[in-house]
Design a protein around this ligand. Sequence first.
Ligand code: HDD
Length: 740
Amino acid sequence: MPEESNIHIPGVPASEPASLQEPTTPREPLPPKPDQQAPEAVSPTGSPTGAPATARAQSGQYLTTAQGLRLGDTDHSLKAGSRGPILLQDHHLREKITHFDHERIPERVVHARGAGAHGVFRSYGTAANITRAGFLAKDVETPVFVRFSTVLGSRGSADTVRDTRGFSTKFYTDEGTYDLVGNNIPVFFIQDGIKFPDIIHAGKPHPDREIPQAQSAHDTFWDFVSLHTEAQAHTMWNMSDRGIPRSYRTMEGFGVHTFRFINAEGKTTLVKFHWKPKQGVHSLVWEEAQIINGMDPDFHRRDLADAIEAGAYPEWELGVQTFPDTENQMFEGIDLLDPTKFVPEELAPVQPIGVMTLNANPTNYFAETEQVAFHPGHLVPGIDVTNDPLLQVRLFSYLDTQISRLGGPNFAQIPINRPQAPVNDMLRDGMHQQAVHGGAAPYRPNSLDGGCPFLAGQDVGAFIDVPEELAASIKERKNPASFDDHFSQVRLFFRSLSPVERDHVIQAYTFELGKCYEKSIRERQLAALANVDAELCAAVAKGLGLPAPEATEQVPDSDPSPALSQVGKTWPVAGRVVGILADGDSDLAAVNAARKAFDAAGIVPLVIAPAGGFLGAENDGGVPVQRTYLTARSTEFDAVVVAAPAAPAPDAAPGLDAKAGAPGGAADPRAVLLLTEAYRHAKAIGTWDSGAEALAAAGIPRETPGIVSAGDAESLVSELTALLAAHRVWERFPASPARA
Ligand code: HDD
């Protein structure tokens, strides 16, 4: 937790507002109203009476129908004779099959694939001088539910595709539910929400064959992006390593739009939200991402659930960049209402205001992760929206989509969506109504129900819309001129990256455009890249075998933002995974010493051997095997230790049935593949002397960066730990072939 501090608003003297708002006393959340509580443990889930809500739904003593009728047979339909036709009167059969037929609901039109987790947000209180949101007062703890997602793919698509990631957080505050529905990229494709169907139709699979799934590497996407230059900013972030995060746990999150904070005195401040992962910011490399999509399409989902189950709770600090709420809402020449622009951290530092810990996996994917309904219009007193035209359209779209996705207007009554503040609405009836509302007068004003419920004032926590003065204007379909610059920040982003990250961007554009069939689309996108950076354009053009066009726009240069690069920093190593290649001939005492040392550093060591079970004697110094050559792939590990002698015979060609590590035998090609991939993906590799031959078999020179060799396990682990902190051995990446 940082030192407690007041949030500083650039351009506003520190003495204003005059006094720090005293932190409010931590409060117990109010108990939900009876009709807003979690469902009874018994009837909807089938659990025994009195069982906790998390009890297994299947743990009741007898199988029943939905009406509670005990059943004696659920395996045989009622037939006219054992070989005869099935009878219509079989009410159990009809109930069972009918319910099954309706088990699916429409998947989200975007962000269909996701993973969720429960947690808690603890506020530092540092923003209490600029917002009166109760959950941002000092030391207030608020339950949260977070859903991470990809944008383009269907619900069953793979996790590690190149795409934007959603980062949605539901804060169950005692002043009402607040949703922060953001992404892992701080800029968006479009400036006005009216174009959202266009960008999504372009990104989704082609309507004729419905391919490709969860990909932007196809003609319709690049057709739109190349014709629509305001999308270049977001696309550049997608083509960078940010488009392929290592884990949901290692992603930053952004609110994207500028929001408005309102403090107790009614003073407003513009803010941009940032989530900073305490685990560090890491990405995959493209080949790794592609391999994982085949080996483990649930990679991100599994990683999040496993970490939480193991007690390695992921944490993010929430921070804000703050800006004076001026009439033109510009900051350092950047229009704060333009969602295709970000504000470099060097110009407006991110000031921490709280920390979120995800500490529980959902009990039921459908009930929680699938049915959770986010909406940027779920606001609390102290936080309001701005006139960003993208946000304005979102305020319509999210409520609307839940009605078709969740089957009606009562989705707020679904357990995961229930507020944890008292609800006293006058919304009535509708599909799937769960409440039994008493009283006779669901309208205002009324005298029959004693005039209840009453309207609240600001003093008792009412949401009051900011009385924003609007400039005299004419009704028109038009953007302000300040939205016209579509290239300077794209250039700023590209030029802020390290050379190796720029190479990755070049390779990504070359890959994606290489998958487009229409030459005119490739040429048009190259024309856009020419306005971003001549070197980038030339390198991609070379890879595509096309001439590099000249720039057509005068694009202003700006200072680079070093904060945008993921290279050159070090991060915590806890939770990183190291594979130890070993076999029966390995020095098992050393392997066990290495496992212990990794464990002490919070790193997860997994032993990979030719077969499962134990290396050596189970109860006498043996080593348990977690992965076999058949089940392991390099992509699961952040570093590899070679503890197997794996001496290849000089003249033996590796064969699939070769026994790894057999003295004088050929190295197993799967072990060799694991090492070559780990090497190619710039991962640290450690050996004992005995592992040197395995490296040689994989063609890995020992005298290259990130290959460490040590006599004892402890020094090896300490050297590898230092390398892991930098995430990869960056200098090992070759320059892009397109640039060479
Ligand atoms: Fe959106 C879902 C993020 C622009 C319309 N959006 C959705 C989700 C995230 C975002 C993270 C998944 C929520 C979940 O996990 O359930 N969307 C964004 C961001 C945007 C953005 C950061 C721009 C800054 N979205 C945007 C626009 C529109 C939508 C401009 C419509 C005009 N988004 C939707 C939606 C979804 C959605 C159709 C699909 C499922 C849902 O809302 O609940 O309404």
